[in-house]
Design a protein around this ligand. Structure first.
Ligand SMILES: CC(C)(COP(=O)(O)OP(=O)(O)OC[C@H]1O[C@@H](n2cnc3c(N)ncnc32)[C@H](O)[C@@H]1OP(=O)(O)O)[C@@H](O)C(=O)NCCC(=O)NCCS
Length: 232
């Protein structure tokens, strides 16, 4: 796989160096260059690379791809991790039930009857999470989103970039005018991500979901098409 290489690495910038075949991928990346930039800075913040490194560094790109049957096992594992269990209303589904659900939710935003559209988050060659559009109501122009990464890949900016690409996709491919998410009140990472992308905390639904046997308040975060700006 061709992954563009970053040359100059500064405190607050990354400069892309690429040539030939890589240029096309690099321009794709530049479209989501903020995400790449974000991943770079996060990686430094989270200690994956030294801040003063000037060596050429390969940083995988984030892509959303259609799910395949083998992703069901990964989804099963992600759903059973402690943070997901703590913050999301996750029911126990077997791998085979998840496989059927996943295959039925291959994304097709032209199908207005479909209730779930899911994409796998690819980070370089690795499948690291899942993002979804849930219960879109095209007549009214709104849809819920959901996002979830495996724990080993959290805190590196991949969530921010994945949701940015998801929102871009929805606003570019459909007439949907409003996207919203339910976020458990104590889920700081998810709330920070939503706020960073310009979602507005519109209110809190008290005791809305049952999570691990307890009712948990859910913040409703909404983003309007006319407000959407890719993060810098
Ligand atoms: C929520 C989730 C998708 C965020 O993705 P991520 O890649 O970990 O988040 P990012 O690295 O892009 O960080 C996004 C923002 O959240 C902040 N953040 C990340 N982890 C945090 C934490 N544990 N506490 C507080 N803030 C946190 C980051 O600092 C960043 O903000 P900043 O750039 O202004 O500093 C991911 O943590 C996850 O999958 N969690 C488990 C499932 C879940 O809760 N899904 C959401 C359901 S609503």
């Amino acid at each position: 796989m061709n992954i563009p290489k970053f040359g100059e690495v500064g405190e607050d910038h990354l400069q892309l160096t690429c040539s030939g075949e890589n240029r096309e991928i690099a321009s794709g990346r530049l479209r989501c260059g903020n995400g790449a930039h974000r991943i770079g800075r996060s990686a430094f913040r989270f200690g994956a690379m030294p801040m003063n490194s000037r060596a050429a560094t390969t940083i995988p790109s984030v892509r959303l791809v259609s799910p395949r049957a083998f992703h069901a096992k990964m989804w099963f594992a992600w759903r059973n991790e402690p943070r997901a269990q703590r913050f999301m209303p996750i029911e126990s589904w077997s791998v085979s039930a998840l496989k059927r659900r996943l295959m039925a939710s291959k994304p097709d935003l032209t199908d207005h009857d479909k209730q779930e559209h899911r994409w796998i988050v690819q980070w370089g060659a690795e499948s690291v999470g899942i993002v979804s559009i849930l219960r879109p109501v095209f007549r009214q122009g709104y849809a819920e989103i959901s996002y979830h990464l495996g724990e080993t890949h959290q805190g590196r900016g991949i969530g921010t970039e994945s949701v940015t690409q998801l929102v871009d996709h929805v606003f570019e491919q459909t007439e949907i005018a409003r996207i919203f998410a339910f976020i458990s009140v104590g889920n700081r990472a998810s709330r920070a991500l939503a706020e960073k992308l310009g979602f507005v905390h519109e209110g809190t639904l008290r005791d809305h979901f049952i999570i691990r046997g307890r009712r948990v308040d859910q913040c409703v975060y909404g983003l309007l098409r006319k407000e959407w700006k890719r993060p810098r």
